[in-house]
Every structure is written in C-alpha cells, then in structure tokens.
Write a protein that binds this ligand. Structure first.
Ligand code: ACO
Length: 323
C-alpha cells in the first residue's frame, strides 16, 4: 500500500473576449495563414481590462471544486503556477484563497513559466505524499496579454490568457502502476539558456517588461527535451510510451506537439490538442487541456496520461498520472 495524489476534480476558465488571428493583420506585417501554419493557433482569449490572473484562477478553482463535489473548506492548500501574478506580492494563490472564502490552510505561487504547472503538480504531489496536506488545489493561471510587445510579430501572436485547476486528493494505492493518481514526476532546468526566453523587466528594474523569445532556438530544444523528460517520467513509473492513453502537452506550437508525439512513437490520436483555440497560455495550458479533454470525452477514469512542458529558464518536466 502506498499514498497517491489522485485527481478528483478539474475545471477551467477562459476570458470572454476571443481574438482571432485576423485581429493582428491590421497592425502587424503578419497573416492568419503564417500564424496557423507556423504555430497551429487560430484564436486566443484575452482578459478584460479589469480582470486579473487571480480572477481567472478563482473561476477555474470554483469549477474544479464543483467537479469534485467539494467546498473550499475541504481544501488544505493551494499551489498556483503563474508568471503573471496580479501584484509583486502577496501571491496570487492567497488572493484565490480569499476569493474562495478559505480561512485555513496555506497558499503560494510557483514560477517556472510554461513548465509551471508541471512544477506545481510535482510540488503538490510531494506535499500530499509527505502528509502535509490531504487535498490540494493545483492551479495554472496567466494573463500573458499583459507582457506582450504588440509591435513584435514574432511573439505577440502566440500567447493567450486563461486558467485551469485540478483538485488532488490523498488516497491509498496498491503501489503499482495500475494505481490512480500521480505515478511519477521529472523536473529539469538549465539556467544557461536564460536568454532564449525571458521578460526584460521585473521588480528590481522597476518595470513590467515584455516577453522576448528566440523562438527558433527554443523550438530546437523543445522536441528533444520534452520527449526525453516524458520518457524518463514513464521509466520512473515502470511504464513505456506504449502504455500511454493521452499525452496532454503544454500547448505552445502544434509542430512541437506533433514532433514530440512522433519522437515518442505515438500518433496524434493519443494527444489532446487545444492550441488552436487557446494559443500559448503558459502555465495554464496543461490544466486547460486536461479540463477540455475531459469535457470532450477524450479523457476518462483509468486513462494513463503524460503531461510535459518546457518554458523560460529553460525549465522543463513531465508528470505521469492515471486519471
Ligand atoms: N508573421 C509573419 N512572419 C513572422 C511572424 C509573424 N507573426 N513572426 C516571425 N515571422 C518571420 C520571422 O521574422 C522570420 O523572417 P526572416 O526569415 O525574414 O527573418 C520568419 O518568419 C521565420 O521565423 P522563425 O522564428 O525562424 O519561425 P519558426 O518557424 O521558428 O516559428 C515560432 C516561430 C512559432 C515562434 C516557433 O519558433 C516556436 O513555436 N518556438 C517555440 C516557442 C515555445 O515553445 N516557447 C516555449 C514556451 S513559451 C514560455 O515559456 C513563455
């Protein structure tokens, strides 16, 4: 018998405003055709002016709690992955805690850019296995529209806003790979690549800054590192790609998503894809895809899922879980 962190609820929230690729044709030297063929993105959501990351996160958290049939008071901790928190401090997670009316437990943010949700899941899993918390809300939420340089066509067409959330619950498993819940995690970072993807501002510089990316360089690292971390995580769980029902990847670019699946020897029939509708929502993209995948009827109880992501740092990783 062994402890397992099992998903008992999932939910998401997308801001009302949908922005199609054609929106950018008016102000930039770009086309819907270029954006779709290079990234797979057709549209994305942008938060309203008065909508913050913690607002998006709270909506997604309520949806996940409702899906789990739980109340905020049943939760011991909130781990929120974001690089676009409302304020420098306090954490967006404590704002969600207050918004949910949760007056016990603890809440904090995790920042690993697009790999943030994988890092947050891994952190929550460790806390559950250590007995620090019985139920944890794990949220990915972003307003990347706030850090775009709207004159930079190579970045501003790629990102969107949104939030997704899971409720993880401590349960007892048999200790085999047939157990439901998180079966393994694999985290990596390499700060030598910090200049490939960063925001050129922050608290110490007293500016918010804008996202800067050497997209083709990141691309070069992405497929190899994502397939490698997914295979390492599967190996740690005593499983292989043949056992996978669904890859639920970070949704940055359809060419990275399909290249990673191909490298793992899996067809696109085994991949949940939402990039066409959401764009790259950074730490929110995996929980958004899990929630949409469940709504579509793709993801069902007992399915073996691999999530994988890479982002600024570079930071990358994977989590293997049975739904
Ligand atoms: N419209 C038209 N042309 C454009 C646009 C645009 N929106 N953007 C760039 N171009 C041009 C470039 O200027 C370049 O022109 P040039 O050849 O005259 O210099 C040409 O298109 C090719 O540019 P590349 O950057 O080489 O294009 P690529 O095929 O690599 O696609 C993309 C770009 C979509 C950014 C891709 O590299 C990518 O997805 N990279 C990975 C992004 C990623 O996964 N990031 C990690 C997560 S994000 C995070 O952590 C925050």
């Amino acid at each position: 018998m062994t402890g397992r962190a099992v998903v008992v609820g999932v939910g998401h929230y997308l801001p009302e405003r949908v922005v199609p690729n054609s929106h950018f044709e008016a102000t930039l030297d770009t086309t819907d055709e270029w954006i779709q063929s290079r990234s797979g993105i057709q549209r994305r959501h942008f938060a309203a002016e008065d909508e913050t990351t913690s607002d998006l996160a709270a909506h997604a958290a309520r949806a996940a709690l409702a899906d789990a049939g739980l109340q905020a008071g049943d939760i011991d901790a909130i781990v929120l992955a974001t690089s676009t928190a409302d304020l420098t401090f306090p954490s967006a997670a404590t704002m969600v805690q207050a918004a949910l009316g949760m007056d016990k437990g603890f809440a904090f943010d995790v920042q690993a850019v697009c790999a943030g949700f994988v890092y947050a899941l891994s952190t929550a899993n460790a806390m559950i296995l250590a007995g620090q918390a019985k139920r944890v809300l794990v949220i990915g939420a972003e307003t990347f529209s706030r850090i775009m340089d709207w004159t930079d066509r190579s970045t501003c067409v790629l990102f969107g806003d949104g939030a997704g959330a899971l409720v993880l619950e401590s349960q007892t498993g048999a200790g085999t790979s047939a157990d439901r819940g998180i079966l393994s995690t694999d985290l990596n970072s390499d700060g030598r690549y910090k200049d490939l993807l960063y925001v050129d501002g922050g608290v110490s510089t007293q500016t918010t800054g804008h996202l800067r990316m050497q997209g083709n360089q990141v691309f070069r690292h992405a497929v190899e590192k994502l397939a490698s971390t997914a295979e390492t995580a599967l190996d740690k769980a005593g499983l292989s790609a043949n056992d996978v029902d669904w890859i639920v990847p970070h949704q940055a670019n359809i060419r990275i998503i399909s290249g990673t699946a191909r490298k793992m020897g899996l067809s696109m029939d085994h991949v949940v894809v939402t990039v066409q509708d959401h764009g790259n929502t950074s730490a929110a993209s995996i929980p958004l895809a899990l929630s949409v995948g469940k709504q579509r009827g793709q993801i069902n109880s007992g399915d073996l899922i691999v999530t994988e992501a890479i982002g600024g740092g570079l930071a990358w990783g994977a989590v293997v879980l049975r739904w």
